[in-house]
Design a protein around this ligand. Structure first.
Ligand code: 5AD
Ligand code: SF4
Length: 441
């Protein structure tokens, strides 16, 4: 919207005329970071009084007006169903300030206070085209918003509202336009992707709307890889497992949040499945695709989690041998049932469990990565590596990072084979197999 309105994107906050901070509320740490960043940016106003500041996203949605008290220089707060209005608000303030500046240089350091956090029917259909001009071969596509679950620790239902899916045709058109701009891999995004469209669109031939969507996206010529995140054990049915047997563009990786390996804790979390069910789905996925990588999210230190509960989680991590786990220390969130549970654990216990689980996770992940040394993997080269711009980043279908050396003009945006010759920690190093590249060309 801003690009269409004549703006350009800058990576340098000191040059920006408008600064929007898109926020996450899932854990308190993320909110504190966003507040700290916004607070420190007031310095730009002193030199450039017209700069417009805004908060968007989940924290904007859940804190609303209250943010203006904490951050006096803030101008706009835009909630999760109102992204399409951001341009209008920001541009309005900016034009106004620039006009006033002509005859009045003493602008105040206080912000304008525009707050729009209402719900809006069908606003999910306005979330598209995350990237207008891209040179990236990979892109994210939002297929839905909101979540109808009520996990007792989670703030998302409060900040994102109820599940709302975009029509299949809209999503396909967005993917097609990305492919026309050189994108080779899309990741379909939603809070619970496998439940996509369940309230809006019917099943066809026993296939859920999500599987219908996967088939439609799969049919796009020029698109080489499809990923999605995140699925939930609820509604993870055989049609989705089977999709992996006949849709080869689906990558052999799922990020499948488990949260806990203890049934007692899952129940307190209001996660409506048992550990056995979670394991069963993982096994089916590995049967459908023997090279399937599974990664997960786990919360440690949920209120009332005993040492035995924690050990059950560790046991399950060892049994399933996840390729990677994101381990989170439980964080109390406002207006969630778990925040009021009596048996809150100390930070010390949470940290201790976090470290112990990470040690198990890392040992498994490194063992699995080491086993790849000497093998040939198919990779998509995504661009220069951040740490060392002389090398290139690429990803296997299992979403493992492989660092390559080679000519970016020849390799970036291509899918080819690479021989893995080294592994350090989570990173693999490979050499492109030029014949496979010639075949791809
Ligand atoms: N505390 C800690 N972790 C949380 N997550 C969600 N809510 C909380 C919370 N209150 C984690 C879950 C989820 C991931 C995105 O964030 O594991 O899958
Ligand atoms: Fe939050 Fe649970 Fe919904 Fe995931 S499924 S967004 S954890 S409420």
């Amino acid at each position: 919207m801003f690009t269409e309105g004549g703006y350009t994107v800058t990576k340098d906050e000191f040059k920006a005329d408008a600064i929007l901070v898109n926020t996450c509320s899932v854990r308190d740490q993320a909110e504190q970071k966003a507040l700290g960043k916004m607070g420190s940016m007031v310095q730009h106003r002193k030199k450039r009084p017209h700069v417009v500041y805004g908060f968007m996203g989940c924290m904007a949605q859940s804190r609303g007006q209250e943010l203006f008290q904490n951050v006096p220089h803030l101008d706009v707060v835009v909630g999760t169903q109102k992204y399409h209005k951001v341009f209008e608000y920001v541009d309005g303030i900016l034009q106004n300030r620039l006009e006033r500046r002509m005859d009045d240089l003493k602008l105040t350091y206080k912000g304008d206070h525009i707050c729009d956090i209402d719900e809006e029917k069908d606003s999910q259909n306005t979330i598209k085209d995350h990237v207008k001009e891209t040179t990236d071969p990979t892109a994210f596509v939002s297929i839905m918003q909101g979540c109808n679950m009520k996990c007792s620790y989670c703030i998302v239902p409060d900040t994102r509202g109820r599940e709302r899916g975009r029509p299949i045709q809209d999503i396909v058109e967005e993917c097609e336009s990305l492919v026309a701009r050189g994108v080779k891999e899309v990741t379909l995004l939603g809070q619970i992707v496998n439940l996509y469209g369940r309230t809006e669109f019917p099943k066809v031939d026993g296939k859920s709307p999500f599987v219908q969507l996967l088939e439609a996206v799969h049919a796009i010529e020029g698109l080489e890889r499809i990923r999605f995140t995140s699925p939930h054990p609820i509604g993870y049915r055989d049609d989705l497992v089977e999709a992996f047997t006949y849709l080869p563009k689906l990558c052999s990786h799922i990020h499948f949040p488990m949260q806990s390996g203890s049934d007692r804790i899952l129940k307190l979390m209001r996660r409506p499945y048992k550990n056995e069910k979670f394991i069963e789905i993982c096994k089916k996925m590995k049967a459908a695709r023997p090279d399937m990588a599974i990664t997960t999210d786990i919360i440690v230190g949920f209120p009332g989690e005993t040492e035995e509960d924690f050990e059950e989680t560790v046991k399950c991590v060892k049994e399933l041998e996840f390729d990677n786990c994101f381990v989170f220390r439980y964080s109390q969130r406002r207006n969630t049932p778990a925040a009021d549970m009596l048996d809150q654990l100390s930070e010390k216990v949470k940290e201790d469990r976090n470290q112990r689980l990470l040690a198990v996770v890392n040992e498994i992940a490194q063992r699995k990565n080491n086993a790849l040394v000497g093998t040939v993997q198919e990779v998509l080269c995504t661009g220069p590596s951040k740490n060392n711009p002389n090398t290139l980043n690429s990803r296997t279908p299992q979403n493992k990072i492989v660092i390559l050396e080679g000519n970016p003009d020849r390799l970036v945006g291509k899918v080819f084979k690479a021989k893995i010759h080294e592994c350090t920690g989570f990173t693999l190093y490979g050499t492109p197999i030029i014949e496979s590249l010639e075949e791809a060309e």
